[in-house]
Design a protein around this ligand. Sequence first.
Ligand SMILES: [Cu+2]
Length: 612
Amino acid sequence: HHEAESEPNDEDEGDSSLAPAIVHYEEELPSAPQLRDASHYVLSPSWDFDAPPTTREYHWTILDGRLNPDGIYRPMILINNQFPGPLVECNEGDTIRVIVENKATNATSIHFHGLFQNGTNSMDGAVGITQCPIAPNSTFTYEFKVQHQSGTYWYHAHHSAQASDGLLGPVVIHAKEERTVLQKLDYASDRIMMVQDHYHNLTSELLMDYLKPDMGNDEPVPDNGLINGRGVRDCADFPGWDCDATNVSTPILDLAAGQRHRLRIINVGAFAEFQIQFDEHPFYVTEVDGTDVFPEPFHRLNILPAQRYSVIVETNVTTGDAFWMRARMVTHCFTTKNPLLKPEMRAVMRYNSSNDTPADKELSDPTSTDWPDAIEVICRDLNVSALHPVIPMTPPPADKYMRFDASFMIGDWRLARGFFNESTWHHNATRPSLHRFLDAHSNLTTLKSPIAVNSLAFDSRKELVIQTEGIRTIDLAINNFDDGSHPFHLHGHKFFVLYQARSGYPPSETDFPSFVKELNLDDNPLRRDTVTVEGYSWAVIRVVLDSPGMWAFHCHNMWHAEAGMVMQLLVRGDVVRKWKVGDQERAVCGLEGVTTGMRPDDSIWFGNFGKS
Ligand SMILES: [Cu+2]
């Protein structure tokens, strides 16, 4: 079926003209792995914001392949034999259907980051939590309705650290009022800009090294950075590596002169924070993780893994017609040095006027100048305290204040693992926690308190699960006892960012309400789905837990999550207890090869008394 049209085509199914429209997105699989054409990430100006609710169906074939995003060949896992993955674009109210056919060696899964999945928890794609991995030579269909949210999101494998092997791509949800109400500055063009750290080895190899004894949470340090899946390296720097840099060159951002342009920046990387700038161009931040905000000017954008920001850049600088866009990794947060790393990636931002075309122009290196501001040396979140949502919301009072300490500790067999309090996540890939909850006797799933840790159905040392009954609002105070920054992500919800500190410890439950009042923290605070807690610091988020299901709350630093910095929220137990495991979801768990592609089990290092 992959010989179908490579362009989307409309097709009515069924006889009734009232049947919802289905749009099939099919693309031909290239015969060899290749980089996806950069034009796929430029949004069409003719998008129909007023289209009736539509089912958008995507066919994705997962394949192993060797590819050279920055010149150096490495094994990757690819969607439709291309990297990065295809854009998923829809209107609020549409249904997304993604048919994932796994033709790779290892099992996998796909998570749609930031999607509420209200009522479709089993489509959340989190292995060990909502589903079993999709075994090789099997197919799994994700289907869910997109409601009550719009903006910039992304999808990625949620099995081990496979996302960084190539299984990722952007999601854009359009709102009817996107350009009239939600975005306060108009813009002439709209595009995706994914940035990421890049490694020349498979994540399975990197994890084997990172998780072994005596590593003390020394994260793998990237070899390079990529913009929309492309980077540029000199093959001479990598003797002995299979390298061909003829298909890669400095990315070019062609923008019409004298206009405003929207760039949807997504950090799709595993570990590195980026600082992004457009030489000589201040820009406005207008969206954060799917929340439209009143425009605020910045010189540089700090973005950690899984976060998204839309920025508006105005092409009105008269000192030239080409400028560097710089994306710098904040290398101070790396525990070890990689001598081969080039921490600054560049793209050329080129002005186009109506009487020339890009092809007419010779490309010479811009001579634009950097900002005089000191570059970042701390892995801090963008200061979002000045950013306020266009659709205002006052957070409801919290029913409960819960504090969790995030840390790395060295445990048995000298293994460094990530913890929430005393819990470090060890999942069961073939019996995900949602399935165990649904299969358990109600004695184990009904708690005396409406907000409590469920230690009846789950061993809290391995799976810390907070369970709520009814719609509850909680304050989550996260205290970071580690020197690294953690971009924490909650599945299925957006939360209010009440406070992000730079040091110290959070107020007590008793003191917190007056702290909120004194600093006016509940005055239309930012709502997002991924917030950073800096090293030796803390933050408090408030979340209305209204989307029923089992949801991961975890550090989105891929290495930290694999080291166990994951907890779960079982939201609206009263609703979830009425569910049953679906046929498709049950069947996936019993397929041959379902356990392939998992991170190494700790037991492989047990009995290792010597130095590794
Ligand atoms: Cu972390």
